[in-house]
Design a protein around this ligand. Structure first.
Ligand SMILES: [Zn+2]
Length: 176
C-alpha cells in the first residue's frame, strides 16, 4: 500500500460512514473491511479510523479514483443533516459540524467555509480521507442541495497543494 495515511490511534468513525462504503462496494467492501478487523457493522458503533482508511486505500489501489469519488458521493446519502440545513449554502457551511458528528477522537481535521461571491463558496478541507473521496462528497452535496435546475460546478484549486500530494489541506470552489 503506497503512502499509508497515519491518523491518531483514538480517532474513530461512525458505522454509518462505513455502511456507505459497503453499499458502494458490496461484498468486496465487506471482505476488505474484515481483513482490517472491521466486522459487525452498526450505525450505533464506532470503528478505528485507521482501519477504515487502510480499507479505503486498499479499495482505491485496485479500483481507482472513480471509486473514491463514488464513495464520497455515497456518504452524502447516509449522513443525516439537521432540518435547518435546507439550502446549498447552509449544507456547505455545516460540513465541519457534520464531520465532527460522525467522528470522535483527535485528528479529524476541519472543513472551513468562505463566501467568495453571491453564488460562489470556497471550502478548505483537512480531513484524513483521500481528496478524491471528499471531492466527490462536495460534488454530490452541491448537486443535491442546489436550487432546481441549477448544476453547480466544483473545482479543486491548485493552491494550496492537494493533500494527496503532501499538502495539509485542499481547497474546493463551489459555484452555481
Ligand atoms: Zn486535494
Amino acid at each position: 500500500m503506497k503512502d499509508r495515511k497515519i491518523v491518531d490511534p483514538d480517532l474513530e468513525t461512525n458505522g454509518a460512514i462505513i455502511k456507505a462504503l459497503v453499499e458502494e462496494m458490496k461484498g468486496i467492501g465487506l471482505r476488505v473491511l474484515e481483513r482490517h478487523g472491521i466486522t459487525d457493522l452498526s450505525d450505533s458503533r464506532w470503528y478505528p479510523m485507521q482501519a477504515v482508511l487502510d480499507s479505503i486505500a486498499e479499495i482505491a489501489e485496485y479500483s481507482g479514483q472513480a471509486t473514491l469519488n463514488a464513495l464520497g458521493r455515497r456518504v452524502v446519502e447516509v449522513v443525516k443533516f439537521p432540518a435547518h440545513v435546507n439550502s446549498l449554502d447552509s449544507a456547505l457551511a455545516s460540513l465541519d459540524s457534520m464531520s465532527r458528528q460522525v467522528h470522535r477522537g483527535s485528528g479529524v481535521g476541519y472543513w472551513s467555509y468562505e463566501s467568495t461571491g453571491a453564488q460562489s463558496r470556497r471550502l478548505t478541507c483537512s480531513s484524513p480521507f483521500p481528496c478524491d473521496l471528499t471531492f466527490g462528497l462536495v460534488q454530490a452535496l452541491s448537486e443535491v442541495r442546489a436550487p432546481g435546475g441549477v448544476k453547480p460546478v466544483v473545482t479543486h484549486e491548485t493552491d494550496p497543494p492537494c493533500r494527496d500530494t503532501g499538502g495539509r489541506s485542499c481547497c474546493y470552489r463551489v459555484e452555481w
